[in-house]
Design a protein around this ligand. Structure first.
Ligand SMILES: [Zn+2]
Ligand SMILES: [Zn+2]
Length: 387
């Protein structure tokens, strides 16, 4: 079965929504206009319930099927936020907000889930309840976590959750998924090396925090190469290195470093925290400096559940003829919080040969809309077949 005919008919309309969202990108939790547009459309579609303000600016819509003998409730989730990037696509519907851009395709995700919500509200050809979830702040703010913390799963009785992301480099409208750990945990660390500043020509009177910090950076590379199991996945990157002096002739008192750790298991998260702390403090101590380490557990590993993954792949094959096994992704995804609360699956849909996500020339491909919308609708109609 290819894409649903109704979505071919709705394509011009859904495309127009997508381009309007693209023109008006909003960052993190500041998705006020986007949330209002989503809530207004869900209400116009005739959703049984539309609730705003969940997870600050998140929106939830409830659509009841023709019957509810199954008692099933399925959550479908899209993200709405943009990125702090200056758009360079030259599109006639390019961002009108300086320094904000839909460079991850969340405009497309929102539009596709709206399209599916319209279709499901029209047809109601299922036995159970659908909850459409529109979350803010996927790009680092943990909007998914906030919605869960607001009690969304319990309040709407959600039993399973599904998510989707477009993927540049994959053929348009094709699907890929994997069971188990899929996207990495994205932890953060902050290290302050405190030495003793002084005149650059009198190093013997100082404790040079720059030399100590440089050795810490080098030593942190051994976590991946010498401590972690070589067949496991781990990335340790120092991404910021700031000394407390900008002068040519001053040995700085202090160096402040920041970085990220990406892992696919809690064992490696524990390992990274323990080793970053031990290496920083021991190296600092050896030179008479001190190290203060803050390890922050951010998004957890996003792990797909086996049964729902097999089902999601079956639906994808029905929609586009094939569904490949996706590779591991060391990026993060805060749908992880929803998958920690409920079983479910997250799938990739091909965006074709475009610039990669988070690039100033990236754009979501509207040609992927019929496949994406059809996958959403089929998830519902096959998981909760009409009596
Ligand atoms: Zn992104
Ligand atoms: Zn994204």
């Amino acid at each position: 079965m290819p894409v649903k005919n109704r979505f071919a008919e709705l394509l011009p309309e859904i495309t127009a929504w997508r381009r309007d969202l693209h023109e008006h990108p909003e960052i993190l939790f500041d998705t006020h206009r986007t949330s209002a547009v989503v809530a207004e459309k869900l209400t116009a579609f005739g959703c049984d319930e539309v609730v705003t303000g969940i997870g600050r600016t998140g929106v939830v819509g409830v659509i009841k099927g023709k019957s509810d003998t199954s008692g099933k409730v399925i959550g479908l989730r899209a993200d709405m936020d943009a990125l702090p990037i200056h758009e360079q696509t030259g599109l006639d519907y390019a961002s009108k907000t300086d320094g904000a851009m839909h460079a991850c395709g969340h405009d497309g995700h929102t539009a596709m889930l709206l399209g599916a919500a319209q279709y499901l509200s029209e047809t109601r050809n299922f036995d159970g309840t659908v909850v459409v979830i529109f979350q803010p702040a996927e790009e680092g703010g943990g909007g998914g976590r906030e919605m869960c913390n607001d009690g969304m799963m319990e309040r709407f009785g959600i039993q399973e959750v599904y998510g989707m992301h477009n993927w540049p480099g994959r053929p348009l409208g094709s699907f890929a998924i994997r069971s188990g750990p899929f996207f990495a945990a994205t932890d953060l660390f902050d290290i302050v090396i405190e030495g003793k500043g002084g005149h650059a020509a009198k190093p013997q009177e100082t404790v040079d925090s720059t030399v100590v910090a440089a050795q810490v950076v080098t030593a942190l590379q051994t976590i991946a190469s010498r401590n972690a199991d070589p067949v496991s996945q781990i990335v340790v990157s120092v991404t910021s290195f700031e000394t407390s002096s900008k002068a040519f002739n001053v040995i700085p008192q202090r160096v402040h470093m920041k970085g990220t750790v990406r892992t696919m298991s809690n064992e490696n998260r524990d390992l990274a925290e323990e080793r970053i702390t031990a290496l920083s403090q021991s190296i600092a101590q050896a030179y008479g400096a001190t190290a203060t380490v803050d390890y922050i557990r951010n998004y957890p590993v996003m792990a797909n559940h086996e049964e729902q993954t097999a089902f999601a792949a079956e639906v994808a094959r029905a929609v586009s003829g094939d569904c490949e096994e996706a590779p591991l992704v060391m990026g993060g995804e805060d749908f992880a919080f929803m998958l920690e609360e409920r079983p479910g699956a997250y799938i990739l849909v091909g965006n074709g040969d475009t610039a990669s996500v988070h690039h100033p020339e990236y754009n979501f491909s509207d040609e992927a809309i019929p496949a994406g919308c059809s996958w959403w609708a089929e998830i519902v109609e096959r998981r909760m077949p009409a009596a």
